[in-house]
Design a protein around this ligand. Structure first.
Ligand SMILES: [Zn+2]
Length: 277
């Protein structure tokens, strides 16, 4: 059968494309920092198992395509040999915001952790535990959950699902109250936790990922009205150089802190990223 351009366009509109942002610190069975290095631990196996369970769940719920981003550290965690047969894998250190303009139907987090400075958060940090002390969007403390949810929202994609520890789930629900979550562990301290088994976590993730597909059309993309400020407080080892004063649309707040102004969250984020090159 010949398809006209209009038919093709409506076909592709109806396609449900789910984009999974992955991380390590929110995976069941991963509770201390040395486990987050890909070499020599079972983190990769635990992470891959949770991702593949989520992929199964999204297909169970009617997804047409599931794309997985290797989002932890230097993106050397996942392999095409072990990733779900039906998933696409984005490899290499890919700035996540560069992929948001690909018009995903919805976004999901797997293995996600909470932001820096949150009590009862397993390995909570904002983008870099070594490099960044705190990050604030319009004065509000934020981490990966807020920033990725806001930037995907600016591209029209809502976040429908998160798996991770209780603190990460609470953080997403604060901005997307009806998102589906799979809480696979609870913090006792920063580096000690009460975790589900891998098998139980995978079952929960698959079921919740499937359920989240029914939220498509109900969960609105989360956006933050512009203009915005993005303040980044680096750690001592990452103090600003004198050149920071020359960065356009930015104000040096103190020796370790700089504030960027952007028309949108994505704009401010791009300024911050460009300043680090
Ligand atoms: Zn992270």
């Amino acid at each position: 059968m010949l398809l006209t351009g209009v038919m093709l366009a409506s076909l592709s509109l109806a396609q449900k494309r789910i984009f999974i942002i992955t991380d390590a610190e929110g995976v069941a069975g991963v509770c201390h920092q040395d486990q987050t290095e890909p070499k020599g631990t079972d983190m990769v196996e635990l992470l891959t198992g949770e991702i593949n369970a989520a992929v199964d769940g999204f297909f169970d719920g009617g997804a047409d395509e599931v794309i997985v981003l290797d989002g932890h550290g230097g993106a050397h965690n996942l392999s095409a040999t072990t990733i779900h047969k039906r998933a696409r894998l984005i490899m290499g250190a890919t700035p996540i915001n560069l992929t948001f303009n690909r018009k995903y139907t919805a976004i999901a987090f797997v293995g996600q952790h909470a932001m820096a400075n949150v009590p009862k958060a397993i390995m909570g940090h904002s983008f870099s535990s070594l490099g960044i002390q705190n990050m604030k969007l319009n004065g509000k403390p934020v981490g990966e959950i807020d920033m990725h949810t806001a930037m995907s929202g600016e591209n029209g994609s809502p976040v429908i699902f998160l798996s991770g520890d209780q603190a990460a789930a609470d953080e997403l629900r604060a901005i997307v109250p009806n998102a589906a979550t799979a809480v696979v562990k609870q913090a006792i301290l920063r580096n000690s936790c009460d975790t589900m088994s891998a098998a139980a976590a995978r079952d929960l993730i698959r079921a919740q990922a499937k359920a989240s597909m029914a939220l498509i059309g109900q969960v609105k993309p989360y956006t933050v009205a512009g203009p915005v400020t993005l303040e980044v407080e680096f750690t001592t080892r990452n103090s600003l150089t004198p050149d920071a004063a020359l960065i356009p649309n930015a104000t040096v707040v103190d020796d370790r802190t700089i504030r960027f102004r952007g028309a949108t969250v994505s704009d401010a984020w791009r300024l911050y990223r460009a300043s680090r090159r």
